[in-house]
Design a protein around this ligand. Sequence first.
Ligand code: NAI
Length: 345
Amino acid sequence: MTVIREISGQEHEHVFQFQDDATGLTGFLAIHNTNLGPALGGIRIRPYRADLPALSDALRLSRAMTYKTALAELPCGGGKAVLIDHHDLRREAAFEEFGRLVDLCGGQFFAGPDVGTWPEDLQAVRRATKYCAEDSSPELGDIAEHTAIGVWHAMRACLDAAGIQHPRVAIQGVGNVGMHLGRILHRGGFELIVADIDRDRASTAAQDLGARVVSPDEILTCQCDVLAPCALGAVMNMYSVPKLQTKIVCGSANNVLASPEDGDALLKRGIIYAPDYLANAGGVIRGAEYYLLGLQDSRSSLMRIYDRMKRVLDLSRERNCSTARIADELAEARWKGVQPVRAPV
Ligand code: NAI
Protein backbone atom coordinates (compact mmCIF):
# COMPACT_ATOMS: atom_id res chain seq x y z
CA MET A 1 0.00 0.00 0.00
CA THR A 2 1.58 3.27 -1.08
CA VAL A 3 1.60 6.11 1.41
CA ILE A 4 1.30 9.48 -0.29
CA ARG A 5 1.99 12.70 1.56
CA GLU A 6 1.48 16.12 0.02
CA ILE A 7 4.17 18.67 0.81
CA SER A 8 2.87 22.22 0.80
CA GLY A 9 4.37 25.67 0.83
CA GLN A 10 6.17 25.51 -2.52
CA GLU A 11 5.55 27.54 -5.68
CA HIS A 12 4.55 24.16 -7.17
CA GLU A 13 0.93 23.13 -7.60
CA HIS A 14 1.55 19.73 -6.04
CA VAL A 15 4.50 17.95 -4.51
CA PHE A 16 3.90 14.38 -3.38
CA GLN A 17 6.20 12.20 -1.35
CA PHE A 18 5.39 8.52 -1.75
CA GLN A 19 6.50 5.29 -0.16
CA ASP A 20 5.47 1.70 -0.77
CA ASP A 21 6.98 -0.90 1.56
CA ALA A 22 5.95 -3.88 -0.56
CA THR A 23 8.02 -2.80 -3.57
CA GLY A 24 10.54 -0.46 -1.92
CA LEU A 25 9.24 2.42 -4.03
CA THR A 26 10.10 5.80 -2.55
CA GLY A 27 10.47 9.28 -4.03
CA PHE A 28 8.83 12.54 -5.02
CA LEU A 29 6.48 13.71 -7.73
CA ALA A 30 6.47 17.46 -8.36
CA ILE A 31 3.86 19.10 -10.56
CA HIS A 32 5.11 22.62 -11.01
CA ASN A 33 2.46 24.19 -13.19
CA THR A 34 -0.42 23.07 -15.40
CA ASN A 35 -1.82 26.45 -16.50
CA LEU A 36 -1.12 25.59 -20.12
CA GLY A 37 -1.87 21.87 -19.96
CA PRO A 38 -0.69 18.61 -18.38
CA ALA A 39 2.69 18.68 -16.70
CA LEU A 40 5.23 16.81 -18.82
CA GLY A 41 8.16 15.34 -16.98
CA GLY A 42 10.66 12.54 -16.96
CA ILE A 43 11.06 9.88 -14.30
CA ARG A 44 14.56 10.13 -12.85
CA ILE A 45 15.92 7.28 -10.76
CA ARG A 46 19.19 7.58 -8.86
CA PRO A 47 20.72 6.21 -5.68
CA TYR A 48 20.08 9.38 -3.68
CA ARG A 49 21.52 9.07 -0.19
CA ALA A 50 18.86 11.24 1.41
CA ASP A 51 15.42 12.64 0.72
CA LEU A 52 16.49 16.27 0.47
CA PRO A 53 18.60 16.10 -2.72
CA ALA A 54 15.89 13.98 -4.36
CA LEU A 55 13.21 16.51 -3.42
CA SER A 56 15.44 19.37 -4.54
CA ASP A 57 15.93 17.72 -7.99
CA ALA A 58 12.18 17.16 -8.33
CA LEU A 59 11.42 20.82 -7.51
CA ARG A 60 14.16 22.31 -9.67
CA LEU A 61 13.68 20.08 -12.71
CA SER A 62 9.88 20.34 -12.76
CA ARG A 63 10.14 24.12 -12.68
CA ALA A 64 12.65 24.08 -15.55
CA MET A 65 10.23 21.93 -17.53
CA THR A 66 7.47 24.55 -17.16
CA TYR A 67 9.78 27.16 -18.67
CA LYS A 68 10.82 24.86 -21.48
CA THR A 69 7.31 23.82 -22.53
CA ALA A 70 5.99 27.38 -22.19
CA LEU A 71 8.68 28.89 -24.38
CA ALA A 72 8.20 26.07 -26.89
CA GLU A 73 4.53 27.14 -27.10
CA LEU A 74 3.33 23.67 -26.15
CA PRO A 75 -0.04 23.13 -24.49
CA CYS A 76 1.77 21.63 -21.50
CA GLY A 77 3.28 22.44 -18.16
CA GLY A 78 6.18 21.08 -16.16
CA GLY A 79 6.62 18.20 -13.76
CA LYS A 80 9.22 15.67 -12.64
CA ALA A 81 9.28 12.38 -10.79
CA VAL A 82 12.33 11.40 -8.79
CA LEU A 83 12.62 7.81 -7.55
CA ILE A 84 15.24 6.71 -5.07
CA ASP A 85 17.21 3.66 -6.20
CA HIS A 86 18.35 1.24 -3.48
CA HIS A 87 19.24 -2.43 -2.95
CA ASP A 88 15.80 -3.51 -1.76
CA LEU A 89 13.92 -1.97 -4.66
CA ARG A 90 11.76 -4.49 -6.56
CA ARG A 91 12.23 -2.48 -9.68
CA GLU A 92 9.51 -3.73 -12.01
CA ALA A 93 6.84 -3.81 -9.29
CA ALA A 94 7.97 -0.39 -8.02
CA PHE A 95 7.62 1.25 -11.42
CA GLU A 96 4.20 -0.34 -11.83
CA GLU A 97 3.19 1.00 -8.41
CA PHE A 98 4.47 4.41 -9.41
CA GLY A 99 2.28 4.13 -12.52
CA ARG A 100 -0.76 3.79 -10.24
CA LEU A 101 0.20 7.06 -8.58
CA VAL A 102 0.55 8.75 -11.98
CA ASP A 103 -2.87 7.38 -12.88
CA LEU A 104 -4.37 8.89 -9.73
CA CYS A 105 -3.27 12.30 -11.03
CA GLY A 106 -5.84 11.82 -13.78
CA GLY A 107 -3.71 13.16 -16.62
CA GLN A 108 -2.25 16.19 -14.85
CA PHE A 109 1.17 14.56 -15.06
CA PHE A 110 2.48 12.81 -18.18
CA ALA A 111 5.61 10.77 -17.53
CA GLY A 112 8.55 10.14 -19.83
CA PRO A 113 12.12 8.85 -19.72
CA ASP A 114 14.94 10.56 -17.86
CA VAL A 115 18.30 9.78 -16.31
CA GLY A 116 18.38 6.17 -15.06
CA THR A 117 15.17 4.83 -16.62
CA TRP A 118 15.12 2.00 -19.14
CA PRO A 119 12.40 1.12 -21.67
CA GLU A 120 11.30 -1.79 -19.39
CA ASP A 121 10.70 0.70 -16.55
CA LEU A 122 8.40 2.79 -18.70
CA GLN A 123 6.60 -0.32 -19.88
CA ALA A 124 5.93 -1.18 -16.23
CA VAL A 125 4.55 2.33 -15.57
CA ARG A 126 2.47 2.08 -18.69
CA ARG A 127 0.80 -1.12 -17.45
CA ALA A 128 -0.79 0.96 -14.69
CA THR A 129 -1.53 4.18 -16.55
CA LYS A 130 -1.98 5.59 -20.02
CA TYR A 131 -0.29 8.82 -18.93
CA CYS A 132 3.22 7.69 -19.81
CA ALA A 133 5.39 7.77 -22.91
CA GLU A 134 6.10 4.24 -23.88
CA ASP A 135 8.03 3.32 -26.88
CA SER A 136 10.28 4.18 -29.71
CA SER A 137 7.74 3.65 -32.45
CA PRO A 138 8.81 4.53 -36.01
CA GLU A 139 6.24 7.37 -36.13
CA LEU A 140 7.68 8.94 -32.99
CA GLY A 141 11.18 8.96 -34.47
CA ASP A 142 14.45 9.48 -32.66
CA ILE A 143 14.06 11.99 -29.83
CA ALA A 144 17.79 12.83 -29.70
CA GLU A 145 17.74 13.52 -33.42
CA HIS A 146 14.80 15.89 -32.97
CA THR A 147 16.73 17.64 -30.22
CA ALA A 148 19.72 18.01 -32.56
CA ILE A 149 17.53 19.41 -35.35
CA GLY A 150 16.16 21.99 -32.90
CA VAL A 151 19.68 22.97 -31.85
CA TRP A 152 20.56 23.42 -35.51
CA HIS A 153 17.61 25.80 -36.03
CA ALA A 154 18.66 27.85 -33.00
CA MET A 155 22.24 27.84 -34.29
CA ARG A 156 21.10 29.08 -37.71
CA ALA A 157 19.44 32.08 -36.09
CA CYS A 158 22.63 32.83 -34.13
CA LEU A 159 24.79 32.48 -37.25
CA ASP A 160 22.49 34.81 -39.21
CA ALA A 161 22.66 37.37 -36.40
CA ALA A 162 26.46 37.17 -36.40
CA GLY A 163 26.67 37.21 -40.21
CA ILE A 164 28.62 33.93 -40.34
CA GLN A 165 28.05 31.62 -43.31
CA HIS A 166 30.66 28.90 -43.04
CA PRO A 167 31.22 28.33 -39.36
CA ARG A 168 33.76 26.21 -37.60
CA VAL A 169 31.80 24.39 -34.90
CA ALA A 170 33.27 22.78 -31.76
CA ILE A 171 31.08 20.09 -30.19
CA GLN A 172 31.65 19.10 -26.57
CA GLY A 173 30.29 15.55 -26.29
CA VAL A 174 29.44 13.46 -29.34
CA GLY A 175 26.86 11.23 -27.68
CA ASN A 176 23.31 10.84 -28.91
CA VAL A 177 22.54 14.50 -29.59
CA GLY A 178 26.10 15.69 -30.32
CA MET A 179 26.59 13.05 -33.01
CA HIS A 180 23.27 13.84 -34.70
CA LEU A 181 24.18 17.52 -34.61
CA GLY A 182 27.59 16.69 -36.06
CA ARG A 183 25.95 14.83 -38.95
CA ILE A 184 23.70 17.81 -39.74
CA LEU A 185 26.68 20.18 -39.71
CA HIS A 186 28.84 17.78 -41.73
CA ARG A 187 26.14 17.59 -44.39
CA GLY A 188 26.24 21.40 -44.48
CA GLY A 189 29.96 21.21 -45.23
CA PHE A 190 31.06 22.90 -42.01
CA GLU A 191 34.37 22.37 -40.29
CA LEU A 192 34.05 20.40 -37.04
CA ILE A 193 36.09 20.05 -33.89
CA VAL A 194 34.95 17.48 -31.32
CA ALA A 195 35.88 16.22 -27.87
CA ASP A 196 34.49 13.38 -25.81
CA ILE A 197 35.72 11.63 -22.69
CA ASP A 198 34.73 8.44 -24.49
CA ARG A 199 37.58 8.01 -26.96
CA ASP A 200 35.66 5.63 -29.18
CA ARG A 201 32.93 8.19 -29.69
CA ALA A 202 35.47 10.88 -30.53
CA SER A 203 37.18 8.55 -33.04
CA THR A 204 33.84 7.71 -34.66
CA ALA A 205 33.15 11.42 -35.08
CA ALA A 206 36.61 11.90 -36.59
CA GLN A 207 36.05 9.08 -39.03
CA ASP A 208 32.41 9.71 -39.97
CA LEU A 209 32.37 13.49 -39.88
CA GLY A 210 35.95 14.36 -40.75
CA ALA A 211 36.12 16.15 -37.40
CA ARG A 212 39.35 17.22 -35.69
CA VAL A 213 39.53 15.71 -32.23
CA VAL A 214 40.84 17.74 -29.31
CA SER A 215 41.04 16.77 -25.65
CA PRO A 216 38.07 17.39 -23.32
CA ASP A 217 40.24 20.02 -21.58
CA GLU A 218 40.75 21.99 -24.77
CA ILE A 219 37.31 22.01 -26.35
CA LEU A 220 35.80 24.90 -24.37
CA THR A 221 38.63 27.26 -25.21
CA CYS A 222 39.43 26.24 -28.77
CA GLN A 223 39.20 28.81 -31.54
CA CYS A 224 35.84 28.41 -33.30
CA ASP A 225 32.73 30.29 -34.43
CA VAL A 226 30.25 28.16 -32.51
CA LEU A 227 30.78 26.19 -29.33
CA ALA A 228 28.09 23.52 -28.90
CA PRO A 229 27.99 22.11 -25.36
CA CYS A 230 26.31 18.70 -25.75
CA ALA A 231 27.56 16.93 -22.65
CA LEU A 232 27.35 18.62 -19.27
CA GLY A 233 25.67 21.47 -17.45
CA ALA A 234 27.33 24.53 -15.88
CA VAL A 235 30.09 24.68 -18.49
CA MET A 236 29.61 28.44 -18.85
CA ASN A 237 30.97 29.74 -15.58
CA MET A 238 33.24 32.39 -14.09
CA TYR A 239 36.32 30.39 -15.11
CA SER A 240 35.39 29.38 -18.66
CA VAL A 241 33.60 32.50 -20.00
CA PRO A 242 36.68 34.81 -19.87
CA LYS A 243 38.71 32.21 -21.83
CA LEU A 244 36.22 31.43 -24.63
CA GLN A 245 37.39 31.93 -28.20
CA THR A 246 34.01 31.58 -29.86
CA LYS A 247 31.39 33.98 -31.17
CA ILE A 248 28.37 31.80 -30.35
CA VAL A 249 27.45 29.25 -27.66
CA CYS A 250 24.62 26.98 -28.79
CA GLY A 251 24.23 23.33 -27.82
CA SER A 252 21.92 20.77 -26.30
CA ALA A 253 23.15 20.46 -22.72
CA ASN A 254 20.76 21.48 -19.96
CA ASN A 255 21.67 24.19 -17.45
CA VAL A 256 24.63 25.41 -19.49
CA LEU A 257 24.98 28.57 -17.40
CA ALA A 258 26.32 27.99 -13.90
CA SER A 259 24.40 31.14 -12.88
CA PRO A 260 22.35 33.90 -14.58
CA GLU A 261 25.36 36.19 -14.16
CA ASP A 262 27.30 33.98 -16.57
CA GLY A 263 24.70 34.89 -19.21
CA ASP A 264 25.39 38.56 -18.45
CA ALA A 265 29.13 37.91 -18.78
CA LEU A 266 28.63 36.33 -22.22
CA LEU A 267 26.61 39.37 -23.33
CA LYS A 268 29.36 41.67 -22.07
CA ARG A 269 31.93 39.75 -24.07
CA GLY A 270 29.75 40.04 -27.19
CA ILE A 271 29.26 36.27 -27.37
CA ILE A 272 25.82 35.18 -28.59
CA TYR A 273 24.24 32.63 -26.25
CA ALA A 274 21.33 30.41 -27.29
CA PRO A 275 19.37 29.75 -24.07
CA ASP A 276 19.64 26.02 -23.38
CA TYR A 277 15.96 25.23 -22.97
CA LEU A 278 15.08 27.18 -26.10
CA ALA A 279 17.71 25.43 -28.23
CA ASN A 280 17.25 21.89 -26.87
CA ALA A 281 13.43 21.78 -26.95
CA GLY A 282 13.21 19.72 -30.16
CA GLY A 283 12.89 16.40 -28.33
CA VAL A 284 10.21 17.56 -25.95
CA ILE A 285 8.31 19.20 -28.80
CA ARG A 286 8.32 15.90 -30.70
CA GLY A 287 7.28 13.92 -27.60
CA ALA A 288 4.43 16.30 -26.74
CA GLU A 289 3.18 16.50 -30.30
CA TYR A 290 3.26 12.73 -30.73
CA TYR A 291 1.82 11.58 -27.40
CA LEU A 292 -0.53 14.44 -26.55
CA LEU A 293 -1.51 15.88 -29.92
CA GLY A 294 -1.16 12.78 -32.10
CA LEU A 295 0.87 14.59 -34.77
CA GLN A 296 2.72 12.52 -37.35
CA ASP A 297 5.43 15.06 -37.96
CA SER A 298 6.99 17.91 -35.99
CA ARG A 299 9.32 19.41 -38.59
CA SER A 300 7.46 22.71 -38.85
CA SER A 301 7.31 23.08 -35.05
CA LEU A 302 11.05 22.49 -34.85
CA MET A 303 11.64 25.15 -37.48
CA ARG A 304 9.88 27.68 -35.27
CA ILE A 305 12.86 27.41 -32.90
CA TYR A 306 14.66 29.61 -35.46
CA ASP A 307 12.01 32.37 -35.11
CA ARG A 308 11.97 32.08 -31.33
CA MET A 309 15.74 32.39 -31.18
CA LYS A 310 15.68 35.36 -33.52
CA ARG A 311 13.06 37.09 -31.37
CA VAL A 312 15.13 36.51 -28.23
CA LEU A 313 18.23 37.89 -29.97
CA ASP A 314 16.35 40.97 -31.19
CA LEU A 315 15.01 41.71 -27.70
CA SER A 316 18.40 41.07 -26.16
CA ARG A 317 19.99 43.61 -28.49
CA GLU A 318 17.22 46.20 -28.02
CA ARG A 319 17.31 45.98 -24.25
CA ASN A 320 20.98 45.08 -23.75
CA CYS A 321 19.80 42.20 -21.60
CA SER A 322 21.12 38.63 -21.69
CA THR A 323 19.32 36.14 -23.92
CA ALA A 324 18.87 33.86 -20.91
CA ARG A 325 16.95 36.53 -18.98
CA ILE A 326 14.86 37.40 -22.07
CA ALA A 327 13.95 33.71 -22.55
CA ASP A 328 12.87 33.44 -18.90
CA GLU A 329 10.70 36.55 -19.26
CA LEU A 330 9.00 35.27 -22.41
CA ALA A 331 8.38 31.86 -20.84
CA GLU A 332 7.00 33.41 -17.66
CA ALA A 333 4.73 35.74 -19.61
CA ARG A 334 3.24 32.66 -21.23
CA TRP A 335 2.72 30.32 -18.28
CA LYS A 336 1.90 33.00 -15.75
CA GLY A 337 -0.34 34.89 -18.14
CA VAL A 338 -2.78 32.04 -18.59
CA GLN A 339 -5.74 31.38 -16.36
CA PRO A 340 -5.39 27.89 -14.91
CA VAL A 341 -7.91 25.28 -15.93
CA ARG A 342 -7.41 22.52 -13.41
CA ALA A 343 -9.01 19.20 -12.80
CA PRO A 344 -8.89 18.01 -9.19
CA VAL A 345 -5.99 15.71 -8.37
P1 NAI B 1 24.76 11.24 -24.10
O1 NAI B 1 25.08 10.66 -22.77
O2 NAI B 1 24.36 10.33 -25.20
O3 NAI B 1 26.01 12.10 -24.63
C1 NAI B 1 26.82 12.87 -23.83
C2 NAI B 1 28.24 12.70 -24.32
O4 NAI B 1 29.06 13.62 -23.62
C3 NAI B 1 28.81 11.30 -24.05
O5 NAI B 1 29.37 10.80 -25.26
C4 NAI B 1 29.85 11.53 -22.99
O6 NAI B 1 30.94 10.62 -23.07
C5 NAI B 1 30.28 12.95 -23.30
N1 NAI B 1 30.92 13.67 -22.20
C6 NAI B 1 30.64 13.63 -20.88
N2 NAI B 1 31.46 14.45 -20.20
C7 NAI B 1 32.24 15.04 -21.10
C8 NAI B 1 33.28 16.01 -21.03
N3 NAI B 1 33.69 16.53 -19.88
N4 NAI B 1 33.87 16.42 -22.17
C9 NAI B 1 33.50 15.89 -23.37
N5 NAI B 1 32.53 14.97 -23.50
C10 NAI B 1 31.91 14.56 -22.39
O7 NAI B 1 23.66 12.35 -23.83
P2 NAI B 1 22.70 13.05 -24.90
O8 NAI B 1 21.38 12.40 -24.88
O9 NAI B 1 23.44 13.21 -26.17
O10 NAI B 1 22.49 14.48 -24.22
C11 NAI B 1 23.52 15.45 -24.26
C12 NAI B 1 23.12 16.64 -23.44
O11 NAI B 1 21.93 17.21 -23.97
C13 NAI B 1 22.81 16.31 -21.97
O12 NAI B 1 23.21 17.39 -21.18
C14 NAI B 1 21.29 16.19 -21.94
O13 NAI B 1 20.77 16.50 -20.68
C15 NAI B 1 20.91 17.24 -22.97
N6 NAI B 1 19.61 17.01 -23.60
C16 NAI B 1 19.39 15.85 -24.28
C17 NAI B 1 18.18 15.63 -24.91
C18 NAI B 1 17.93 14.40 -25.70
O14 NAI B 1 16.97 14.40 -26.50
N7 NAI B 1 18.74 13.36 -25.59
C19 NAI B 1 17.09 16.63 -24.83
C20 NAI B 1 17.45 17.85 -24.13
C21 NAI B 1 18.66 18.00 -23.53
